[in-house]
Design a protein around this ligand. Structure first.
Ligand SMILES: CC(C)(COP(=O)(O)OP(=O)(O)OC[C@H]1O[C@@H](n2cnc3c(N)ncnc32)[C@H](O)[C@@H]1OP(=O)(O)O)[C@@H](O)C(=O)NCCC(=O)NCCS
Length: 119
């Protein structure tokens, strides 16, 4: 099962999107309390207005409502989302060398973050 939280303009188009992967069969078997944020994107024209923060807060509410208070996400080390994540209370669990890639395909380090939601 998965879900997508989307913020839309009144006229047209998506300004921001976030995809929490709420579960799959394997993850359910080993960690039924966990949800993973698999994608967070805000349209270039809409950045800097708090949409990423709003999307992440909506995902947290959804995960809590589904009984999944342990959240994880994986991103590129050094990418622009790291500051927002840390501001929202996410912690860096570790860095994996060469595990991710730049938009052009050049390998780079990946960063694993986690957040434990309050009950
Ligand atoms: C990263 C991204 C989602 C941020 O979206 P946003 O809507 O502009 O972020 P917000 O406006 O909610 O900002 C939240 C906080 O993070 C900070 N922040 C946002 N973008 C930042 C950046 N590029 N550099 C430094 N800080 C940044 C903001 O200043 C804000 O903190 P503040 O309230 O103290 O000012 C957006 O730039 C994006 O879609 N980037 C491309 C995709 C991407 O990198 N996704 C994540 C990889 S998994």
């Amino acid at each position: 099962m998965s879900a997508t939280v989307t913020i839309r303009r009144l006229d047209a188009g998506s300004l921001g999107e976030l995809a929490p992967q709420l579960s799959d069969l394997f993850a359910d078997a080993v960690a039924p309390h966990r949800a993973e944020i698999v994608k967070l994107v805000v349209h270039r024209r809409a950045r800097g207005r708090g949409l990423a923060e709003a999307l992440m807060q909506a995902a947290e509410r959804e995960a809590r409502a589904m009984g999944r208070p342990h959240l994880t996400l994986f991103t590129r080390r050094g990418c622009e989302a790291e500051r927002p994540y840390e501001k929202l209370g996410w912690s860096l669990a570790g860095v994996i060398p060469h595990d991710s890639a730049m938009p052009g395909g050049t390998p780079c380090d990946g960063a694993l973050y986690f957040k434990q939601l309050a009950p």
